[in-house]
Design a protein around this ligand. Structure first.
Ligand code: GRF
Length: 207
């Protein structure tokens, strides 16, 4: 199963996905909405097709024309699963319909707490003792789709947004490939807000 990773930044999750066992899944395309995103070079070094595609004039959403071009570029390459990995842009109806139930995202908090930007800083300023990361299917809302898997990370005395982000990132690199492997193996079933892991008794949570 061919996978496209969509990213705007440095690409550590892209590389974690690329270098993990994804079962029948295989990362075969990287698309960025930023011409200067370091993830583009990472992909080229790894020998993965890397594309910059114009997202349109707005900063946080695709223009409808750009979205059509993204869907065309992705679907024409036989991509069956889209993984967002630090894409700083909301999906619109076109791409959500074309890839319904086939777009995953990783977010650095235990959703539904702290959606949106700077989730680690939000957690610190709220004073929570535990935060973490979440893999979820993407819907039209902000980090609001059905949750596949979560991993908890304690907030330590003296943590800064940076130290906390580093510890959360380690967990991201472990649960994101695991969730993708389950999806590619046909082992995830979306039932309303719930995602069932077929053949597992657990509730999709790892410590
Ligand atoms: C990660 O923290 C991820 O959770 C969030 O964006 C960041 C991307 O980091 N969605 P990287 O580019 O994968 O290193």
């Amino acid at each position: 199963m061919k996978i496209a990773v969509l990213a705007s930044g440095r690409g550590s999750n892209f590389e974690a996905l690329y270098s993990s066992d994804l079962g029948p899944g295989e990362v075969s395309l990287l698309v960025s909405d930023r011409r200067d995103a370091p993830v583009l070079q990472r992909a080229e070094k790894l020998g993965i097709e890397a594309l910059f595609l114009d997202p349109g004039p707005k900063r946080t959403v695709f223009s409808p024309e750009a979205e059509d071009a993204w869907v065309e570029a992705i679907s024409s390459r036989g991509i069956q699963l889209i993984c967002l990995a630090g894409l700083m842009r909301m999906m619109r109806a076109g791409i959500l319909q074309a890839y319904r139930g086939r777009i995953l995202n990783i977010h650095p908090s235990l959703l539904p707490a702290f959606p949106g930007l700077h989730a680690q800083a939000q957690a610190l300023s709220h004073g929570v003792k535990v935060t973490g990361c979440t893999v979820h299917y993407v819907d039209a809302g902000m980090d609001s789709g059905p949750i596949v898997m979560q991993s908890a990370v304690p907030v330590l005395e003296g943590d800064t947004a940076e130290t906390l982000s580093d510890r959360i990132l380690e967990k991201e690199h472990s649960i994101y490939p695991e969730a993708v492997r389950l999806h590619c193996g046909g082992l995830l079933k979306i039932e309303g807000r719930n995602v069932r892991i077929l053949g597992a008794d657990g509730a999709g949570s790892r410590g």
